[in-house]
Design a protein around this ligand. Sequence first.
Ligand SMILES: [Ca+2]
Ligand SMILES: [Ca+2]
Ligand SMILES: [Ca+2]
Length: 207
Amino acid sequence: MFKKSQSGVVQFSIIALAVVFVVGISVLSATSLSRKTITSILPSPIPTNLPCDSYGDVNMDRVVNSVDALFVSQFATGLKTLTPEQLLRADVNQDGKVTSADSDMILSYDVGTIKIFPSCQKKPPCGQYGDVNGNGYVNLRDFSLVLDNTLGKITLSDAQKLLADVNIASGKGIIDIFDAISIQDYVQGRQNSLPVCGAMNSPIPVM
Ligand SMILES: [Ca+2]
Ligand SMILES: [Ca+2]
Ligand SMILES: [Ca+2]
């Protein structure tokens, strides 16, 4: 009796285990199926690692990764040409040159060793002066805008001119090469502020 009963319990347990196993497999495959279905319905992932001014995204596909680093290292070794916009994006360390140092930094950003580029770290030293494109940072993108305005390639808006007028030695309201140089000096650390900040009593209001 005892033996029979024990064998009955054992048999029941095996059946129960088998049922749990089969149900488990069905749930798992249902889950993976629904996951597959959801993945195929959703659009391709939206890139989220674009820093300010698209720095580092040299191939301009809206994501910063090893392909960008490759573009930069190929440029640095003379294997590739880059457009002015790409060169601007490539100089992530803001030394005014595009070299393997930028390529290394882009790779570090891609793998997460660094979270931010030097190009996206400097805030305006007073008011919003120097942040000509109004993204909250002063970098060589802003310098480039002032330079291009000085060279007649672009025309800054009145609001941008107000933010670009950082060196008033040539006269207030005049945007010239000295403004561009002052922004460059601030970005590259040769000056720790902009001339206008020492010449004013209160920062200009936020626009
Ligand atoms: Ca890219
Ligand atoms: Ca550089
Ligand atoms: Ca800016």
